[in-house]
Structure formats: C-alpha cells, structure tokens
Design a binder for this molecule. Structure first.
Ligand code: LMR
Length: 331
C-alpha cells in the first residue's frame, strides 16, 4: 500500500472508530470548537464534558468532540447549529456579534481587572440573564467558560501602544476589538482563528491579541518577535446549543446533561489561571520572549484604549459597566 493510501485508510479508520464509539440508540451531540484539546481551557473542558457524559449517561447520550476547527470554524458553527448539523459549541463572546451586542462589554479593553472579576460578574444576576439573550434567535446559552486575559504579540517589540502604529493586527470579528486596534493607530484585520498562525508567518498580519494558552497552543510565539504582557482584555466563551435541540431532550436527560456541564464548568473555570500560567511558562521555556510593562507603560495602553468604551455605551449599558467596575474593586 502506498504511503498516502495507508494514511487515508488510517483517517477513515479513526473516523469510523470515533463514530462507532456512540451506541446506535444514543442521542449524539457533536461539540465543535476551534482550539486544541490539550492546552486551551475550552479544549480541556470540552473533552472532560464528553468523557463524563459518555461514562455516566450509559449510552443514552454520546458526545463527540471536534477540536481544531475540524468540523466548523466559529463563523459557520452557529448557523450549522440552527440547522441541526452540530449540537454544541463554545465560541468566544466576540463571535456572537450578529446575534447580540450585550457581550460587547467583555471585549471592552481594561473593563475587567482579572478572571476572578469576570467570574463574579458572570455569576451575578446581570451575567446570568445574558445567557438567554439569544433565545429568540434560536440559541440557548448554557454556561460561561473562561479562557484568560489577552496579551498582544507582534513582529516587533511593543512596549507602548504607539509602537504598533501602522502595523496590521489580527482580531476576532468584533466591532469593539476593531476599534481597540484603531485606537493604537494600527490596522485591524478580522480573520478566523485557524488562519492566524499562517497569516503571522507569511506577514499577512504583523501581530495579534490572545491568551497565553492560545499563543502557546497555536505556537504563535514562534512567528512573532515577542509577546507583551498587557492583560488588556479577556477571552471568554459561551457554551451554546440550539433551543430546538434542548427542547427535544427528554426532561431527565436534559437535567443530567446540564448538571454534568455545570459541574465541569465550575471545576475547569477554577483551574483557568493555573492553565494560563502553565502556558506562559511553557512559552518562556521554549525560548519565547515575554515583555512586561512598567506602571507608566501600562497606563499609556489604558489611556489610548479606554476612549473606546464611550462608542459602545448604548450596547453594553452604563448599569453593566458600573456593575463590572464595582466588582473590580473587590479583587
Ligand atoms: C480567537 O479566535 O482568537 C479565539 O476565539 C479562539 C478561541 O476560541 O479561543
């Protein structure tokens, strides 16, 4: 057998084995996401959720996880979910722009002090209400999953926002993030996560913003001069399913499934800071460059970016901003 025939046979065999793992009578849940299964908090949580459902629901429900954009990218997954082609996903909150503007508060630069503050906001009544804002559009938000604080990286040292003047920076497709990059006098370029490594390597873009785990997991540090520890924003996910799918589940199954999901959420969200710290250390151990900011340099980033808040006030509401700031004061 030629090498490529053998490789094809192997791919076919592993696909068959993966599908065969679900008993024919099971309710199958395809869970699609864009990160890897080992480094990113979402990848780890999705696999843990699948393992627990598959072990505890005794063949009544079977979860198959499709990592690394292997089934859908974030720009196609929600439409596919409404069509019934995929049952669960956990896109970042920046990816729901077409469906709701309330999540824009999470993209506003320097809105949350740290992930503990984000957690407190999301578990407050205001945060809980946000999960169901897309129900009229057919999507049910189930749980918020944390990823971490975002850092900037580029093909040149960035110590001040003015160091990014004129360079192209990849962002997620979010109006807030586009304005944030414009506030640095840089050129925002929205693109799918799966294209970021290649775009940085070939110079299509010069820089990007992401969490330590994504910069490590996608090896982005290898195609950048360095990473600046800006902690300027947060990357957060919403685990979603379609209202139609959720309503189609027998009540006892739905209850057990959501219960497992909640337990996994609590467990993994508590670990996120450790996962991010491990990725940061892994980048250093692999020879990546991390630049930290002096208080004055950090203030320059805040001064440049905070004016972005005013443009999105009608979308996010002053009450939510006040709630977020009050929570920050506790951490
Ligand atoms: C990105 O597109 O940068 C992130 O949303 C990827 C992810 O899901 O962590």
């Amino acid at each position: 057998m030629k090498a490529w025939t053998a490789a094809l046979a192997l791919v076919w065999l592993s696909a068959t084995v993966a599908l065969a793992a679900c008993p024919p009578s099971a309710i199958v849940i395809k869970f699609a996401h864009v990160v890897n299964a080992t480094d990113n908090p979402k990848g780890i949580a999705a696999q843990m959720f699948a393992d627990r459902v598959n072990a505890e629901m005794k063949g009544r429900v079977c979860v198959e996880v499709f990592p690394n954009s292997s089934l859908y990218d974030d720009d196609t997954v929600l439409e596919a979910m409404l069509q019934g082609d995929v049952q669960m996903a956990a896109p970042s909150l920046s990816k729901f722009e077409d469906l709701t503007k309330v999540f824009r508060i999470f993209d506003l630069p320097f809105m949350f002090k740290n992930i503990a503050a984000v957690d407190a906001f999301q578990t407050s009544p205001a945060g809980e209400r946000m999960k169901s804002v897309m129900v009229p559009r057919g999507l049910a938000g189930l749980e918020f999953w944390h990823s971490g604080m975002k850092q900037f990286s580029a093909n040149r040292p960035l110590l001040l926002p003015s160091d990014a003047k004129g360079i192209k920076i990849r962002v997620q497709p979010s109006a807030v993030l586009i304005d944030e990059v414009k506030a640095m006098d840089a050129i925002p370029q929205a693109m799918a996560f799966s294209d970021v490594y290649g775009a940085l390597k070939t110079g299509v873009v010069d820089g990007q913003e992401n969490t330590w785990s994504n910069i490590w997991g996608q090896k982005l540090y290898k195609v950048q001069d360095g990473i600046t520890e800006t902690n300027h924003g947060v990357l957060e996910y919403l685990v979603v399913t379609s209202v139609a799918f959720l309503n189609s589940l027998p009540p006892d199954i739905r209850h057990q499934l959501l219960d497992i999901l909640h337990q996994v959420t609590v467990e993994r969200n508590a670990e996120v800071t450790a996962v991010e710290a491990a990725s940061r250390q892994a980048i250093l151990d692999a020879g990546g460059t991390i630049r930290t900011l002096t208080p004055a340099q950090r203030q320059a980033w805040i001064t440049a970016m905070k004016p972005v808040w005013a443009d999105f006030l009608p979308d996010v509401s002053q009450a939510n901003i006040d709630a977020a700031q009050a929570i920050n004061a506790r951490f």
